[in-house]
Every structure is written in C-alpha cells, then in structure tokens.
Design a protein around this ligand. Structure first.
Ligand code: ZN
Length: 352
C-alpha cells in the first residue's frame, strides 16, 4: 500500500462583493498539506497581473551598458578562484563561464554566466545555454567532491530576472557547495530518511506513483525524468517539480539527462508564459555527499515569479510567505498541470 496522503481543508467564507453588485457571495480558501513535510500552503483567489513593467525594454538596454557579465567586461569585473582550488581561476564550457560569486552565500559560492547575450525572454532561452550552464555546474561540483572532504550539499540555483530576486538582467546561475543544508532541503532530507526507515521505500518514488495514478497533477515523463505539479503549491501562479529517479546528486546526471531536462524546462516556461509569465526561480534538491542509500531522488523545483502590480513593482512574496512561511497560490495545481501537459504533448516531449 502506498502511504502517501493528500490532505486538505476547504474554508468557506462569504462577503458582500462589489464585483457582484454587493450581493452576499461565497468564496473558498483551501489549506493543503505537503505529503512529505506536513507544511501547509493555501489556494486563495485574488487577481494579479503578469504583464511586463512598461519600462522593461529600456531597462534591458540601459543595464547592458554597464553589465559585468557582458563579454567585454566579464573577465575584468568578475573574480577568480584561488589557484589551489582551480588553477585556471575560472571554468568555461561553450559560451558559459563559471567564477566565484563576488557576494558569496557560502564558503564555496559560484556564479555561471551561461551566454554572451545580455537578455533572452524566459520562454526563448536557447536549450544549449541551459544545457551548458548545468553541465558546467555539474563538472564544478564533481571537482569539489574530489577536492573537499566531509559532508557537503552541492547544488544549482537560478533566479531569472528581477521578480525572482535576480540582481542582473544578464542570465546567471548559482552553484553552492555547502556543509550547511538550507532549511527546506534539510527538512525534506530528514523526512525522506524517516519515510525510508518506516516503509523501506523511496518517498519520491511513491509520490510519483501516486501522482501518476491520480493523474490530476501528473504532467508525464520525458525520457527518464518525471514531472508533476506539487499538491501544496509554492508560487503564486503555481510550480512544477522534476524527479530524476535513482539519481541522488547533480554529479550523477549525464549529458543526456541534462539535455532532456533543458528541453522540458523550456517547454514549461513556454506553458507558463502563455499567461505572460517572464521570471522564475529554479532549485535542485540534492542528497548530501557520501550518502549512498536510496532514500532520496534528486528533484528540481521551478517556480514562476511576477510583480503582482507591475506598475508598482509589487513583489509576489509578502507577510504570508516571508514572515509566516506559508506559501500560497491563486491557481489550482491541477489546472497548471494540464496547461503544461498540453505544451509537452504539442512538442512531442512525453514518453508514449
Ligand atoms: Zn550583460
């Protein structure tokens, strides 16, 4: 028996709504619980705009003049690693360049600039630059795994454009190799460990089986990767999760896995951008180095980001997410899954 449970409470309220001639109008708020961590997140209903701010084109143009990641400045304005770690100071692959983060998050904190171009709309990111960026991250993490002893969490993160917290227009990715797992990763790994101890099964495998069986949030499989929208959502306009069965860390991905992932990621961004979404966060959740049990499968989490009022540049994160750690969405994950599935199908990405 698959022990995964999808729990939710529907809270019904009502108000005299001016959008309905001030008639008493009911509304529902759903509180959903993540089947692994038990953390709640909500489905609420309010409208937000996903359009680009009016001055966005000017912003792209003006930032290009001083961009530290553009080809004419990158080697002069970005740091190099100590020779004892990396004799060449920086790593390169195709157009991609990896170097230390001038504003590091950790002892080993790198930035990857995957392309020479200053700007691409999120739904037009060339697959090759995503592939080369992730391959370079993987190769750097593999090198660190050989050079550094002790338990580390090595991963890849991406903030794309300002609503996501990205501080440069020019595409850039992050690689962290840390002895300290961030909260959510630590919590997920601990819960998966408990699950494995109790049921002798991999949580993420059971989750994918449940999702595929239920079907409502199941997008499908592309090559060896599974895709679904999480039951308890994270982003205001939904999110998407990829599972890499039997892989624990990014260093276990081969070029084919990364290429498959990049094609599907682009299709997912195209699906999200049909509602004008233009910014995102992406994180991979790895197992720690040195742990070889099957309790964890590598996953990747994509969350579209937006300004809820573009004219005011209003963030889509407020007291609820930041101070109460309660995520919420204004769309149902079941609808988002169908939207993404239709684009995956159109592009012939889904396994038959
Ligand atoms: Zn640039």
């Amino acid at each position: 028996m698959n022990p995964i449970q999808f729990r939710k409470n529907v809270l019904r309220g009502s108000q005299h709504d001016p959008r309905n001639s001030l008639k008493l109008t009911p509304y529902d708020t759903e509180v959903r619980y993540d089947p692994l961590t038990g953390r709640s997140s909500r489905i609420c209903h309010f409208s937000s705009s996903t359009r680009l701010p009016k001055n966005f084109e000017q912003l792209v143009e003006s930032t290009q003049k001083h961009c530290p990641f553009c080809p004419e400045r990158i080697l002069r304005e970005t740091p190099r690693f100590d020779e004892s770690l990396l004799p060449e100071g920086r790593l390169r692959l195709g157009e991609a360049v990896l170097f230390p983060n001038l504003n590091p998050y950790d002892e080993l904190s790198a930035v990857i600039v995957p392309c020479r171009a200053h700007y691409f709309p999120a739904n037009e990111l060339p697959v090759k630059i995503v592939v080369d960026g992730i391959r370079l991250a993987r190769d750097f993490l593999a090198l660190l795994e050989c050079k550094r002893e002790g338990v580390h969490y090595g991963s890849f993160y991406w903030n794309y454009l300002p609503p996501s917290g990205g501080s440069q227009i020019h595409p850039h990715m992050h690689v962290l190799y840390s002895t300290a797992a961030p909260n959510l990763l630590r919590e997920r790994l601990a819960a998966e460990k408990q699950y494995f101890k109790k049921y002798h099964r991999t949580y993420q495998q059971d989750l994918c089986m449940s999702e595929e069986e239920q079907g409502e949030r199941w997008v499908g499989s592309t090559g060896t990767i599974h895709w679904h929208t999480p039951f308890a959502p994270t982003g205001l306009l939904g999110d998407l999760m990829a599972t890499f069965p039997k892989k624990k860390r990014l260093t276990e991905l081969n070029d084919e896995d990364i290429t498959e992932f990049a094609h599907a990621l682009r299709a997912a961004m195209q699906a999200f951008s049909s509602t004008n979404l233009w910014s995102f966060n992406l994180a991979f959740y790895p197992q720690a180095t040195g742990i070889e049990t099957d309790e964890h499968y590598l996953t990747a989490h994509l969350v579209p980001r937006l300004y809820i009022a573009p004219g005011l540049h209003s963030a889509d994160v407020s007291f609820m997410q930041l101070l109460l750690d309660e995520k919420f969405a204004t769309v149902y994950p079941e609808q988002v899954a169908q939207q993404i599935k239709s684009v995956f199908k159109e592009q012939g990405l889904l396994n038959s």
